[in-house]
Each structure stands twice: as C-alpha cells, then as structure tokens.
Design a protein around this ligand. Structure first.
Ligand code: 1GP
Length: 248
C-alpha cells in the first residue's frame, strides 16, 4: 500500500498534482476499459486515481476497478466515497470527506459514524477532507442535498474552507459537480487558496488545457478530471490537459 498523504505532500513540492477520476458504476465502466483508461492517463502524466461516483457503486465494482488500475499502472488509488455500503481495502487510501455545505447531517458526520468502525477494521488510510459543492453542483449536489455555494459567493466558500482547516481537515475540495458546464471560477479558487494553508483540490467541468491552467494559476494544488478522462480518446489532448494542470 502507498502512503497517499505522504505521496501528495511529496508531489506538491514539485508543483500542482493531477488526479484522474474513474466512476466505478458498472453501467458506466468495465474493468477492461478502466485498465485502458488508466494506462492512457499514466502515459499522459497523471499522478494517481480517484475512484468513486454518486450512484450505482458497489463494494465489488469499487474493488474490481481499484485492482485493475493498480495492476495497470502501480499509481495510487484513492477511494472518493460514494455510498456508506460501498467499501474496499483494495485502495491505498480514502478521502474521509464531510460535505460541509450539505443540509443533511447524514452527509456531514452521520454516515461517517456508521462506516468508521468498519474502515478502522479494514485498516484503510483515511485523509480527512472538507468537500464544498459549488453551483451547478450536478448529481452530487442533488444527491447530497447540498446548499450549493453560489458561483460569485467567494466569502461563503472561503468561510467553509477556513472552518474546515480549523476543524483539522487535511484537504479542501471545491467541487462544481461532475460534468458541470463551467468549472469553479478561478476567482473563487484564488480567494479560498489565499485563506488556507492546507492543499486545495479543484474539480468538476475541467476538460480543456485552458480550464486546467486557469485552476492551477488561481492556486489549485490538486486538479481532478473525470468525465473528460473517461470520454476523450485523443491522447494528445489528454496529455495537454494534464500538462496544463501540472504546469509542465
Ligand atoms: C467530480 O470533480 C470531479 O467529482 C470531476 O468532474 O467529471 O466534470 O471532470 P468532471
């Protein structure tokens, strides 16, 4: 198993990190496809893989995709939690995330209390993370009953991020939602980054080198691309987005 937090801290010394997100919903991704995509993304320069989705994820699909990605690339695999019932120890770590702007306490701490004893038993590395969902929020915003942060409300986003750091979170994730038309505005990334000392993750709707570069230049420490990674078959474009995200 890879110590993912140490890996992130080490990689950040070199610059911005790019992680690829794979949705292990069997209706969307087969094991064979996951291997192909993972290899292609490794070649493009990605630093690791988040595995997770908002619907249709089971322990089996999660575990199958984690094993496939690990076998194909040897890069870190990180569970991006989907459902309290979907769990595997085949990942190197999981983002132990609280959806801090959810209106439903289940997504803030209650599901966590249900899952934590089992996670402890499995011995999975947990990385505490505040997840802040920004407009349009997409499926994850709806499913997790988030009170979406408005695109221009940088103060609210910064408030959640500062509070997260005060609460001991090790990462903050600004999420526009998978498949969002536009990513989290660079102005919001910039203000949030200015206000915290923990690494800032940005994702949702990033599918061009320009958008990836804008997020990095605004201060994103880790950039996530999901839909684009799964749908783009142009290797040079994949590489261009990863390079723009990493600034190399
Ligand atoms: C979703 O931020 C991630 O949780 C990725 O979003 O699928 O739009 O790249 P995309």
């Amino acid at each position: 198993m890879i110590d993912v937090k140490a890996y992130i801290d080490e990689k950040l010394k070199e610059g911005t990190i790019h992680f690829s997100l794979l949705d292990p919903d069997p209706a969307k991704l087969t094991v064979d496809n996951a291997k192909i995509i993972a290899k292609r993304m490794q070649k493009a320069g990605t630093d690791g893989f988040l595995i997770g989705g908002s619907t249709g994820v089971t322990s089996e699909s999660l575990s199958d995709i984690a094993i496939a990605v690990k076998e194909a690339t040897g890069l870190p695999t990180i569970y991006f939690p989907s459902d309290v019932h979907a769990m595997t120890d085949e990942v190197d770590a999981m983002l132990f995330m609280s959806i801090v702007n959810s209106n439903n306490p289940k997504f803030i701490t209650h599901y966590h209390a249900k899952a934590a004893p089992f996670i402890k038993m499995l011995g999975i590395q947990t990385i505490p993370m505040a997840y802040i969902i920004v407009e349009p929020g997409m499926t994850v915003g709806r499913v997790s009953e988030a009170k979406l942060v408005k695109k221009d409300d940088v103060e609210t986003a910064a408030g959640f991020a500062i509070a997260a750091e005060f609460m001991g979170m090790k990462l903050v994730y600004l999420e526009a939602g998978s498949g969002a038309d536009t990513p989290v505005p660079p102005e919001m990334v910039e203000v949030v980054k200015m206000n915290i000392d923990i690494p800032l993750i940005v994702g949702g709707g990033i599918r061009t080198p320009e958008a990836a570069a804008a997020a990095r230049e605004a201060g994103a420490d880790i950039i996530i691309t999901g839909t684009f990674v799964e749908q783009c078959s142009d290797d040079s474009l994949l590489t261009a987005v990863v390079k723009a995200a990493k600034g190399i």
